[in-house]
Unconditional design. Structure first.
Length: 147
């Protein structure tokens, strides 16, 4: 006699592997692309805020990062796997340079320092962590895309 509490099994096995939905990564990609687009518009309207070299660097680095996020979110094979592995430290280096070493943030009062640190920790750091986490998953953990 069959066990009535055992779930039914299907005899279908066509060899396909189900991939999990990446809806959250797609939403994250479009939010980040929108924020970067607004940032570029601001940089082109007020180019004296940053130098032309910083604007061009930002455009190149974040165009590549957004391309990698697009490839990961939509399961697309773009360029080659090692390229994305090398982009992660290059992007992190660019972000560290632009946040801490350019002198873009001039703090004159103590409360401005607290606001700056709070903004970086609450808003900027999570976005950076998630974008590099997506690039890590894309370059190291997405065998279904690269095979």
């Amino acid at each position: 006699m069959d066990n009535p509490y055992e779930p039914p099994t299907a005899d279908i096995d066509d060899g396909t592997i189900a991939t999990p939905s990446k809806l959250k990564w797609k939403i994250f990609f479009w939010v980040l692309a929108s924020l970067e687009g607004l940032s570029m518009i601001y940089n082109f309207v007020y180019p004296e805020e940053q130098g032309l070299g910083s604007i061009i660097g930002e455009l190149i680095v974040y165009s590549l990062i957004l391309t990698g996020l697009f490839g990961f979110a939509y399961n697309k094979k773009i360029l080659f796997q090692k390229f994305w592995r090398y982009l992660i430290p290059a992007g992190i280096g660019w972000d560290v340079y632009t946040i801490f070493l350019t002198g873009y943030f001039e703090v004159t009062e103590e409360y401005e320092l607290y606001i700056l640190i709070g903004t970086l920790v609450i808003l900027v750091l999570p976005i950076l962590i998630f974008q590099y986490l997506a690039l890590f998953f894309y370059s190291y953990k997405s065998e279904n895309i690269w095979s």
